[in-house]
Design a protein around this ligand. Sequence first.
Ligand code: GDP
Ligand code: MG
Length: 459
Amino acid sequence: LGKQLNNALGQLSRASVVDDKVIEALLKELCSALLQSDVNVKLVGSLRTKVRAKIKKSLEEAETNGTVRESNKKQIVQKAVFDELVALVDPGQEPYKPIKGKSNVLMAVGIQGAGKTTTCTKLAVHYQRKGFRTCLVCADTFRAGAFDQLKQNATKAKIPFYGSYTETDPVAIAAMGVQKFKKERFDIIIVDTSGRHKQESELFAEMVNIGEAVKPDMTIMVLDASIGQAAEGQSRAFKESSDFGAIIVTKLDGHAKGGGAISAVAATKTPIIFLGVGEHFNDLERFVPSPFISKLLGMGDMQGLFEHMQDVAMANPDKQKAMAKKLEEGKFALRDWREQLTTLMSMGSMSKIMSSIPGLSGAMEGMSDEDTGAKLKRMIYIMDSMRTDELDSDGLIFMRLDKDGLPYALNKRAARVARGSGTSVKEVEELLAQARAMRGLAKMAGGMANASKQDSWAK
Ligand code: GDP
Ligand code: MG
């Protein structure tokens, strides 16, 4: 999806004027990408109408304000698309927040194999780290070995657990486990339930009965991202009988596309709280709408990157302020990009950081920390081979311009820098594209107020 949408947005940025034809082409591309990413057909249809209306409205507003120019029309359109996609995964409903000093009961539901047991353990580990006394209850008596699996997970993660090899009534086990842990004053009691292969009425009845017995503060639907188009129907069916208050989408680390997640939120108006991104207990990510969409659009995890930058900048508040101002004003020179990269190099897990840089996430997939570190170093070498005026520029200085002043190819400077740094022209081009993406996205994040400020690349 990312690649396709990137193409769509790329076409937009190459178009010399933004007219209805360009917008319709973008919408068409966007819809086909969403469909292929398993977003529900009806939803795509309504999204098309909404995005079109939003684009028109944004452009009209800019027109009346007198701020519309050919150069910022593209940003207005891009932002409209982005905002509508974000709105799709943000139902505007706050999920339940566990309260310290009381017994919060969480219950996981979902079909067999969705990842409930794994996710329950991940949640337990997560909340324990946050200082909650956490425990697990196994109310799955349907699948052979279910209790053993939970027991194994819990033991490994050092989480107290409850279950039974002899009791066959899941409602009774759930009730007993929750009662026991409530008495022992645990803060968070997580109840794992059984699934079936399909949405059978039997499963739904069991779910409802367990729910009545343990009265969960939050029921979480665990949804496997790899089921694709089925996500819509499945989440709707579960919502009808269990009225869950949160969704966790699992297996987003594989080839699964994110579209199912979008459909599930839209169908149930229920927020996603976490994403499962692997089989280990640590592979749980907090779900935040706008970085999720950025990632889907192939823009990298901007928020994550900003957070990393902020961590470092905390030690130097003046610098942080200066950088924030530069980003806001769209004055983000290659020199600033160099500084950011050097800073990032001094921090934590390389591949994780690199995957949050727009335009790099795809290229870095599957690379080791060592490889990404080496790649980062080459990027620094490139910038070290630049002259002062080049480093202080936005990068346009490396481009040949056509008669309309639009960049169409690299110039001799790029070849010189590639030679001097022992890299290739292609790498120089990549670096320039990344710095540009960085600036464009920062500006988008900074809102439209500053979008019309001078940026020679955005013509
Ligand atoms: P349950 O039947 O709903 O309890 O599902 P399980 O927790 O037993 O998980 C089924 C399979 O999916 C197991 O092999 C898990 O390791 C795997 N799994 C669960 N969550 C994830 C995830 O986020 N990513 C990946 N790659 N595998 C997962
Ligand atoms: Mg299970």
